[in-house]
Design a protein around this ligand. Structure first.
Ligand code: SF4
Length: 302
């Protein structure tokens, strides 16, 4: 039976029902929705709260200049997006838990909207106190774990035992997934990563082929092929997702909506308040008073 908590999104694909608590998605694709009733917001918005992060991963694509979003403006934009049919916001960065009063922001948005609130973290700022203050305010979390053991420690410059502890904390908070950047260092450790994800109670393993940046070339064709072959033969009970672009974010919603345009599926708000088609896009639209005005302009100019 469908819950009364369901949020409804309408589009050319039909009527999409989403429950942020259970992560349930139902697409009623036999329903024809008149154009004037289409939801105008993107289905999902990823948000870089801050560019700040104390780690120094070589393949990081986050901008390095100092920037952070204004809390009040963000809160107002969240309410606007919610009313426009957006199903969820995913906080990232930089490191979102480095954002001032992060837990309060999550709680405020969870209370004032019916969107799913999610975030992606390196995990090293999580404490029992922070996790307690996030309880009930987030619906899904992604923990970044690139490789296991010594590989993780070399790539991330932090103890692997510490990220395993972070996974334990998240397991008490909300459904969570493991994100792993796949590159020459980690492609040989996919079995170990899948085992780690299962052992710590993760709901999903999201594999992110390394993207090119100004200083790194991204995953090689040979390693991408190894990844595809591994996925085709992997024996793991954990749900696997492979991102072609690294853009998919932290929301347990339907992966593919037939006929959905990219800018209806997802947009990205950077820490300087510029709305972009995705986190790697070089151009975007500065958000002024209304984020839906920026959504409209981005669609018109993209
Ligand atoms: S943890 Fe994430 S944001 Fe921080 S440096 Fe690494 S990739 Fe960048």
């Amino acid at each position: 039976m469908l819950s009364m908590r369901c949020k409804v999104r309408m589009s050319a694909s039909g009527v999409h029902l989403f429950d942020r608590v259970s992560g349930m998605n139902v697409l009623l694709d036999e329903v024809r929705v008149p154009t004037e009733r289409f939801s105008r917001g993107p289905r999902y918005l990823s948000v870089a709260l801050t560019n700040a992060c104390e780690l120094h991963c070589a393949y990081c694509y986050a901008p390095k200049h100092a920037a952070a979003l204004d809390r009040e403006r963000l809160q107002a934009w969240a309410v606007e997006l919610d009313a426009s049919g957006c199903l969820g916001v995913g906080f990232g960065g930089g490191e979102p838990t480095a954002y001032r009063r992060f837990a309060q922001l999550c709680a405020d948005i969870a209370q004032s909207t019916s969107m799913a609130v999610t975030f992606t973290t390196h995990g090293h700022r999580l404490s029992p106190e922070l996790v307690d203050s996030l309880r009930g305010a987030v619906h899904f979390v992604r923990l970044s774990v690139d490789g296991v053991g010594a590989t993780y420690e070399r790539l991330r410059g932090r103890r692997f035992a510490a990220v395993a502890r972070a996974a334990g904390l998240l397991n008490s908070l909300a459904p969570f997934g493991i994100n792993a950047v796949v590159n020459a260092d980690t492609v040989g450790e996919l079995d170990d990563l899948a085992k780690f994800a299962g052992d710590v109670g993760a709901a999903e393993l999201l594999l992110l082929p390394e993207q090119p940046t100004s200083v790194t070339p991204g995953i090689s064709d040979a390693d991408a092929q190894r990844l595809v072959e591994w996925a085709a033969t992997a024996r793991t009970s954990i749900r696997l997702t492979i991102s072609r672009t690294g853009l998919e974010a932290a929301l347990p919603i339907a992966e593919v909506i037939p006929g959905e345009l990219p800018l209806d599926a997802h947009m990205h708000l950077d820490a300087a308040g510029v709305l972009r088609p995705h986190a790697y896009a070089s151009t975007g639209v500065p958000v002024g008073g209304s984020i839906m005005d920026a959504v409209k302009t981005l669609r018109e100019t993209a």
